[in-house]
Design a binder for this molecule. Sequence first.
Ligand SMILES: *Cc1c(COP(=O)(O)O)cnc(C)c1O
Length: 420
Amino acid sequence: MNYSTNKNFAIEQDLNDTLKGYRDKFFIPKNKEGKEQIYFCGNSLGLQPKTVRAYVEQELKDWELMGIEGVTHARNPWLPYHEFLTKQAAHLVGAKESEVVNMNTLSVNLHLMMVSFYRPTAERNKIFIEGTAFPSDQYAVKSQLRFHGYDENSLIEIFPKQGDTYIKTEDILSIIENEGGKIALIMFAGVNYYTGQLFDLQKITEAGHKKGCLVGFDLAHAAGNIDVQLHDWNIDFAVWCNYKYVNGGPGAIAGAFVHERHHADKNIPRFEGWWGNDKQTRFLMRPDFVPIPTVESWQLSNPPILQLASLKASLDIFEEAGIKNLRAKSKTLTGYLEYLIRENGLLDKLEILTPSDPEQRGCQLSLRFLRNGREVFNKLIASDVICDWREPDVIRIAPTPLYNRFEEVWEFIEIVKSVI
Ligand SMILES: *Cc1c(COP(=O)(O)O)cnc(C)c1O
């Protein structure tokens, strides 16, 4: 892409953007004067699709009018309601429909998946994780170790090397090569929340499988951001939240993926509940669990319909826009942000922690300010740039392809120049 620092370049990109109509499908937060803010926080909480209200109101209305009858007679019957989201969710993460389900919330799903896919033995009991993982994932992994009678000696962590800002793929692969025989589970993020680094999911999975490890990913910062191919890449399991890039709403119901080759495996331990039981016999209320022959057997409870309704509004938008199209725009948009930082001499004032290779990042750039980062951040917020602050000195900027524009990136850089 031949970028230019001229504002007209941004205006032209927006004009020619085949996805430009999608911004209008979202409520963009405004300042007190009614001017739209520059919202670069889709990595934290995605914006509200304008259709959400109608989707939720439909279910409120059916509940109002028919009470329990809505289970089977609502316009979108609640009994199979979660199935109405399956196709879109499968397309979003490159899975078969039998491999994805929306249930619970992220950290809960991570635990449920580790119940099934962390099966330590005396010889093979280690979990390999990025040392800079999101705290909840670290707590989940460490508490699983303790639950199975192990301690942090069974944890292998990898950190960026001295002088590096992110973890090199070759270093991950070399740990798998050297210690794989002792590793029960490789559990990485898809995209690291702090640095924005996109890990090579396919290579990590291949290397892990070669050594007999199971491999799972937390896609909290990857779902709706990266065009992952969970099925083709042979990943064993994945989990993600739907309130970040997926725009499902605060605390949205989360997603889970289990590769189909595990569905019929009776040796996999699993925590079970009635919603995982065969649909034909579920209401016969029999004492014996008959698993649904898909990822749905991992469901415990009947799901929150209002949450699913909210998420469905957003997934319908993703289905229409197409994650591959979004990813293509995203590479150009984030590349433009990086270009403007460089061309405006800002690398004297800040360091980009995120890899420069578009294949090793999503839309987020993590900017470490060399001086007065907190002050810069406060001024950005005062200038109606909504971004976020991570201690001790990092500002994360996530221009999302669904609702952010090139002109906003251009304006952001002008604001940074004026406040720095
Ligand atoms: C956002 C995020 C979480 C949050 O967990 P919840 O269970 O949704 O509260 C966990 N892990 C990662 C990697 C995240 O990015």
